[in-house]
Ligand binder design. Structure first.
Ligand SMILES: Nc1ncnc2c1ncn2[C@@H]1O[C@H](COP(=O)(O)OP(=O)(O)OP(=O)(O)O)[C@@H](O)[C@H]1O
Length: 229
């Protein structure tokens, strides 16, 4: 991946070849500036790589139009990114309900799931609050509840537990583990949180835009991705 800013070219990822199994919890770790967020954004179809291919669930997403990509993301991917992307005019519950309705859930089901997941992340009493009246950690939890309530096939998260206290962080890790192990969701996460490291199946370490090594408790691998450079 090459970023061009005026006449300055920055090569950020160099020949990344990564395959992640269904139902696996895979962490991306590495020093600041090593390319973790860039890689996650490419794998999520948010950034288009200047070279290489990305294959998700058997579909080459690098070949999709913007509209097709948006539909694919809506259907299959749950996001927990740093800026949370909550609608400021909607309450915590409504933010989750809207995301579920976009996924074709009925209004009744969307309301039920929103309440259930807000409860699970410890925010039942904040359901009617607007994002501006929530703390950073609470907004993060709404974003987590929204991503999990949609039962995505793939969950992509960038430091999902960074702003959370120890108890809530542990709850979130347990919810993510449950999603992967009970529902077969594939989880790709950038994190430095040791609570998540313990829950991971495999860790991919990036250094200066390259995979320096992967460590694992499992060796099973299926499917394949294109090399991103
Ligand atoms: N849009 C952009 N234009 C130019 N350079 C960029 C752009 N986005 C990222 N970079 C550069 O790419 C490199 C990798 O950035 P990235 O955010 O992927 O790293 P990271 O490993 O996630 O770092 P951190 O842990 O600090 O968040 C950095 O040197 C960054 O300055």
């Amino acid at each position: 991946m090459v970023f061009r800013t005026g006449s300055v070219e920055t090569r950020v990822l160099k020949g990344i070849d990564l395959t992640v199994s269904a139902g696996e919890i895979r962490l991306l770790m590495g020093p600041s500036g090593s390319g973790k967020t860039t890689l996650l954004s490419i794998l999520a179809g948010i950034l288009t790589p200047t070279g290489g291919r990305v294959n998700l669930l058997g579909q080459e997403i690098t070949g999709l139009s913007r509209r097709q990509l948006a539909r694919f993301r809506r259907r299959h991917i749950g996001f927990i990114f740093q800026d949370f992307n909550l609608f400021p005019a909607l309450t915590a519950a409504e933010n989750i309900e809207l995301a579920l309705k976009i996924k074709q859930r009925s209004t009744a089901e969307a309301k039920r799931l929103a309440a259930e997941y807000l409860e699970q992340v410890g925010l039942a009493d904040r359901a009617r609050h607007l994002p501006k009246d929530l703390s950073g950690g609470q907004k993060q939890r709404v974003a987590i509840a929204r991503a999990l309530a949609g039962s995505p096939k793939i969950l992509m998260a960038d430091e999902p537990t960074a702003a959370l206290d120890s108890k809530t962080g542990q709850t979130v890790v347990a919810l993510i583990q449950n999603l992967a192990k009970e529902k077969g969701c594939t989880v790709l996460m950038v994190t430095h949180d040791p609570r998540i490291t313990d829950a991971a199946d495999r860790i991919t370490h990036l250094e200066d835009g390259l995979i320096s090594h992967s460590s694992s408790w499992q060796t099973r691998e299926v499917g394949g991705n294109g090399v991103i450079g």
